[in-house]
Design a protein around this ligand. Structure first.
Ligand SMILES: [Zn+2]
Length: 329
């Protein structure tokens, strides 16, 4: 084809010069429109990495489910403060795979919201209660021993809670597992404990006593590491409950960097954690916080009176390569 002919060939011209009337479409990123929706990009990108870990393994069905999790988000513009609108999630599809980071994040938001609703009732009923924050650990275990180790720790906690000197009247306990430097696993419990005011008088337990009781309850031959903090004022209680709940939903450090050993570790972690309990509630807290033991059904967080907001939809799609949600026209 001569140069002249090329100039006359419309398809050739179109392929190299975009027509001025039709600019290249690239939707506005969700993160540019809404500061508070920035975590969507972060967690969806993490879930992409998890999906890759599961591809072609016994967990292929998890990979498939995670792939389509929240790939399309339907938001509405809802009134927030006077004269201000903000994006509010209206609908999305969630995979509910336990290790999916998007689902973990949504669950933690729902749990937090529930805890905020329930706390004032507890405080009204028990104004004299004080709170402790316990971290109970054991020596790191191999990843393939994780399930067994958690069983043993749970039995230990039950024994601890039955000791005569145990001051907890109620507790919320969450399980956190982090990856150790040697590629082992570091399981530990975070416990929010409600105690009577007398704990800070005649029933006080020193750190040393706590370690002694935890060791006795575990029936182990070493002094396990334990941390105990007293909560100073009720103001931060809400934050603390949120902390306890958050712990079991931040497995980011478990994903690793795409190396074969990271993948093997994560697959074993998935096997070991299957059907284990994330949060348990005991003692008098059961009457108030029992719901925290259940998986939240609604991961959207709908308002009860949101019927009148069913307009002004904005749709965002997950752009895998760009790692961003972008507006769809
Ligand atoms: Zn998901």
């Amino acid at each position: 084809m001569s140069d002249d002919k090329r100039r006359l060939d419309g398809s050739f011209v179109r392929s190299i010069i975009p027509p001025p009337s039709k600019p290249k479409k690239d939707g506005i990123p969700l993160s540019d429109l809404s500061e508070r929706d920035k975590p969507w990009d972060v967690h969806r990108a993490e879930s992409d990495r998890i999906e890759q870990h599961y591809q072609g393994t016994e967990f292929q069905s998890y990979a498939d489910r995670i792939h389509f999790c929240s790939d399309f988000l339907d938001f509405i513009l809802a009134p927030h403060t006077e004269g201000e609108l903000r994006l509010k999630l209206y609908s999305a599809r969630f995979c509910r795979v336990r290790t999916c980071m998007v689902c973990c994040w949504r669950k933690s938001l729902r749990w937090k919201a529930k805890a905020y609703q329930m706390l004032p009732r507890f405080i009204d009923d028990h104004p004299a209660y004080r709170f402790l924050f316990l971290t109970l650990t054991v020596k790191n275990c191999e990843i393939w021993e994780l399930r067994e180790t958690l069983d043993w720790m749970n039995k230990g906690f039950t024994r601890l809670s039955r000791l005569k000197a145990f001051p907890g009247e109620g507790w919320i306990k969450s399980v956190e597992v982090t990856k150790g430097r040697r590629g082992d696993a570091h399981p530990h419990f975070h416990v929010l404990l409600g105690v009577k005011a007398s704990y800070f008088g005649r029933n006080y337990l020193s750190q040393k006593k706590w370690v002694e009781f935890w060791q006795k309850s575990l029936r182990c031959d070493y002094k396990p590491i334990l941390d105990v903090q007293a909560l100073k004022s009720k103001d931060s209680l809400v934050g603390l409950v949120a902390e306890v709940i958050k712990y079991q939903t931040k497995p980011t450090n478990l994903i690793g960097h795409g190396r074969a050993e990271d993948r093997d570790w994560f697959l074993e972690y998935t096997r070991q954690m299957h059907n284990t309990k994330a949060i348990s509630v005991g003692g008098i807290f059961r009457d108030y916080f029992r719901e925290l033991e259940k998986e939240p059904e609604d991961l959207i967080g709908r308002d009860e009176n949101s019927d009148d907001l069913d307009e002004g939809h904005l749709y965002f799609g997950w752009k895998r390569k760009q790692k961003k949600y972008k507006l769809i026209d």
